[in-house]
Design a protein around this ligand. Structure first.
Ligand code: FPP
Length: 256
């Protein structure tokens, strides 16, 4: 039987002071041998979740915070090593000024509110994205979370904030070329210069089936899984179902 979700025992009680810390794979969460090393998540559908309820879009983002905590816990319990989440893309600046303002303040609040919890779960927080345009106070929170968790050896949680895949490739290419010129450019050197290792499972919620410029270099050989649920409704069991689907795929990397 899978571990009980906090939604089943009542939101709020699960991740309080006395919760069990999901610091290690939970027996029975996901069959061993099918666990992807790196899962990339496009947390999509917050706006639609709010619209369905006649609420402002910002309420959808607010509701998405619990799903994030739930999926981090589920990833730890499944034995995933790297979890990258798309929190704010370089394209998200095109949203209304009020939503952008909300998302900046929201990211800052989530980081501050959750960093101790993630730290207690032995999670190492990393930030991937560009500093340009990003609010300095958000950068400060990201750096603090990174500092706090720098020695943690559990799940590597990559918060992709002001992140764009094409921009990441350009910046990696520049850094490789600065060190060794054009001759130094290779698939191996570029991969080395990226923020994350190769993605094994690319998971997007809300029924949309697009990459949206997320980890496009790293996801070159990823298995894609799309889930209809809107992000705020997601629980760790949905992550495990996505991992189950991943486990049924045959990864051939071009071989026959
Ligand atoms: C996409 O839904 C979701 C976002 C743009 C923000 C998601 C961010 C979080 C849940 C957490 C942020 C946390 C940290 C730590 C920085 P959408 O607005 O595109 O939904 P729609 O497609 O239904 O409009």
């Amino acid at each position: 039987m899978p571990p009980v979700s906090f939604r089943q025992v009542g939101a709020g009680s699960w991740y309080g002071q006395n919760m069990d810390h999901p610091q290690a794979p939970a027996p029975g969460a996901v069959p061993p041998g099918v666990v992807p090393r790196h899962v990339a998540v496009v947390m999509d559908g917050n706006g639609r979740w709010a619209k369905e309820r006649g609420l402002p879009r910002t309420e959808g983002h607010r509701a998405g915070e619990e799903a994030l905590v739930e999926v981090v816990a589920g990833a730890i319990e499944a034995g995933v090593e790297w979890l990258s989440v798309y929190a704010f893309s370089t394209e998200n600046w095109r949203r209304s000024p009020s939503e952008v303002r909300f998302l900046m303040g929201y990211s800052r609040r989530v980081l501050r509110a959750r960093r101790d919890l993630f730290h207690s779960w032995n999670v190492r927080v990393r930030w991937a994205g560009q500093a340009e345009r990003l609010w300095p106070s958000v950068i400060r929170e990201l750096r603090e979370a990174e500092q706090l968790t720098v020695n943690n050896t559990g799940l590597q949680l990559v918060l992709c904030v002001n992140y764009g895949g094409r921009a990441e490739i350009i910046s990696a290419a520049k850094s490789v070329m600065e060190q060794g010129g054009a001759a130094a450019l290779s698939e191996a050197s570029l991969s080395q210069a990226m923020s994350t290792p190769d993605v094994d499972l690319f998971w997007r919620t809300s029924g949309e089936a697009r990459l949206s410029n997320f980890l496009i270099w790293e996801a070159a050989y990823a298995e894609l899984v799309f889930t209809d649920k809107l992000w705020p409704d997601v629980t760790r069991q949905d992550l495990w179902s996505a991992i189950d689907q991943y486990g049924t795929r045959e990864r051939r990397y071009g071989r026959a």
